[in-house]
Design a protein around this ligand. Structure first.
Ligand code: F6R
Length: 588
């Protein structure tokens, strides 16, 4: 979480450039924001709580600066706690992403040495620690390297020194990317923010330190401070992806992109899928992992592997991986699913899996992400930038990727490709104005309810989990997804007259049992919203979907996305930036 952007170069309008970059980074954290620029009159720091969009500021000329969008971890959402933080003499400014686990001890020591703190954050210790090193006449690079060594946890810091006119940065796990080309040197938490500023990108490694000046970007070994050979890659983000175009919000845009994304995946993923199938064939055990929606997609993948090619696999949530996966994983393949490729729990799970002897694979959207760079095989989703905090197109693409792999393992890639294209067509039907309006209208009526239950069975059980997740995170309605068979074992006690119940009832082997479960809910007063290809008298409302067989979970992603959207609008919430959330969860 937290967006970071820094610039040093020839441009004199750094303040405006930082604000523009922070707007693109806002999905990483949007409770407050701030920037610092070094002007002829000293450091100018500007901060505010809330969203940066719409705020108009005029900044004095400057050629170096850095900015931050915050997702609070330590310290409330206040102006003082927004980054950047400065040292006692306002010579340096610091932005930080992560959690400094030993900040309390470091802060006590700094207070005893007479430093004045202005915020409640863990981050501010960095400013005062660097201040001490600079006061001892150490160069900026050495100062930042020494200070970074003191910090415990997964952190990324960027330090601006107004005196030397340089930025220095270091990281552990949490990403930092350096942009080369353009009119100077740039650094950001996210490649997306470097669009238009750079032609090539360097992904800073954990053992490195970056020092950026107006005419240079040097990557050093953090331990020795000797030059380190960075690997640079061309900017991969498609600029056409970035804007809203004629869409009212990114959620609508990204939901609408799903048919295109799925067809593109079918056309482009053949080699990736073959590589993943080869790894899976060689493995004596396959474990899928991920968080949130990606975890739901992983669970759907486990069902699909079982049903399409009789491959046994298990799903372990990434945050539980070290506790639940086997101690010895030699011969195992661990496949992580992730949109951002930067989720800390996922990266930690993969590092643990490697230590336990597993081979690693990923189904990932963000190119050159930390996850992609860790694994032995990968399927790239190519879904384009996902800017809405809710996972939508990445979720359906993840299921499609695993489905293609399952078909490939069964020696039937072409059949898998046809099934995914069928799903793309069925999604188009759901996005037709009438169908979409019908689902949105049901969603807007849900806005008046406090609770909602979603059930599915077999491969549709993950669809129930995902629909509930989408609805709750964007509308703040309490929505629970569960396996239909579990209904009678406790949850049905919560059903009251009028309680909305979303029921996935496709025409397959789960249908009869699903209709029975719907009847049980209705007998207790539940208001049944059926999703499937065939209506039934037990449904109070019906969301019709085209029959697509095993590809149903891809199509079943859409009702939850549109119901959540309808409820969110009716409740007056921002569909792209739900409260308390941020894209790319880079803290524990
Ligand atoms: C839900 C959502 C989250 C993410 C989760 C994993 O809409 O967006 O649950 O799916 O934080 O993120 P990635 O896929 O980036 O690892």
């Amino acid at each position: 979480m937290c967006g970071v952007f820094g610039y040093v170069g020839q441009r004199r309008d750094v303040g405006a450039a930082i604000v523009a970059a922070l707007k693109t980074l806002e999905y990483r954290g949007y409770d407050s924001w701030g920037l610092a620029v070094a002007t002829a009159d000293g450091l100018l720091v500007d901060k505010d709580v809330g969203r940066i969009n719409g705020q108009v500021r005029v900044f004095p000329e400057a050629t170096i600066g850095l900015g931050h969008t915050r997702w609070a971890t330590h310290g409330r959402v206040t102006r003082q706690n927004a980054h950047p933080h400065t040292d006692c003499h306002r010579r340096i400014a610091v932005v930080h992403n992560g959690i400094i686990e030993n900040h309390a001890v470091l802060k006590d020591q700094l207070l005893q040495r007479g430093h004045q703190f202005r915020s409640e954050t863990d981050s501010e210790v960095v400013a005062h620690l660097v201040e001490e090193q600079l006061a001892a006449h150490r160069p900026l690079a050495e100062s930042v390297a020494l200070v970074f060594r003191l910090l415990e946890g997964h952190n990324a810091i960027v330090v601006m020194d107004a005196v030397s006119g340089k930025l220095a940065a270091a990281k552990r796990t949490t990403p930092l990317i350096i942009g080369q080309g353009g009119q100077g040197s740039t650094i950001a938490s996210d490649a997306f923010a470097l669009q238009g500023h750079a032609d090539r990108l360097i992904h800073l490694e954990d053992g490195q330190l970056a020092v950026l000046a107006a005419n240079s970007a040097n990557i050093l070994d953090r331990a020795t401070l000797l030059p380190s050979q960075p690997v640079s890659v061309a900017v991969a983000v498609d600029r056409d992806d970035a804007g809203l175009g004629s869409y009212p919000d990114f959620l609508t845009k990204e939901v609408a992109e799903q048919p295109t994304v799925l067809r593109r995946l079918v056309a482009s993923s053949g080699d990736d899928v073959e590589g993943l199938s080869t790894e899976m064939r060689r493995a004596n055990r396959v474990i899928l992992t991920g968080c949130g929606s990606a975890g739901n997609a992983a669970l759907a993948g486990a069902y699909m592997l079982n049903s399409v090619c009789a491959m046994e696999s298990s799903f372990v949530p990434a945050s539980e991986f070290s506790h639940r996966a086997g101690r010895r994983l030699a011969g195992s393949l661990v496949i992580a699913l992730s949109q951002s490729g930067e989720t800390l729990d996922v990266l930690e799970a993969m590092d643990e899996a490697r230590r336990r002897g597993a081979r690693l694979a990923a189904v990932v959207n963000a190119p050159n992400s930390s996850l992609e760079r860790r694994v032995d095989a990968r399927v790239m989703l190519g879904a384009g930038v996902e800017q809405c905090v809710l996972a939508t197109k990445s979720y359906s693409a993840m299921i499609a990727a695993l489905m293609l792999t399952a078909f490939d393992l069964a020696g039937k890639f072409a059949a898998g490709a046809a099934a995914v294209c069928g799903a793309a067509q069925a999604i188009e039907a759901l996005l037709e104005p009438d169908a979409r309006g019908h689902i949105g209208e049901i969603g807007s009526r849900l806005a008046a309810r406090d609770h909602l239950f979603v059930i599915g069975r077999g491969v549709h059980y993950p669809s129930a989990l995902e629909a509930a997740l989408k609805i709750k995170e964007v509308s703040y309605i309490h929505a629970e997804g569960f396996a239909a068979g579990e209904l009678k074992h406790g949850v049905i006690a919560l059903v009251e007259p009028g309680t909305p119940c979303l029921v996935f009832a496709p025409d397959d082997e789960t249908r009869t049992d699903m209709v029975s479960s719907a009847s049980e809910l209705r007998s207790r007063g539940g208001h049944i919203i059926g999703v499937g290809s065939t209506p039934d008298p037990v449904f109070d409302e019906f969301i019709p979907t085209l029959p697509v067989g095993i590809a149903s979970p891809i199509v079943e992603a859409i009702p939850g996305q549109l119901l959540g959207y309808g409820a969110a609008l009716a409740r007056g919430h921002d569909p792209d930036r739900p409260r308390n959330l941020a894209k790319s969860v880079t803290v524990k």
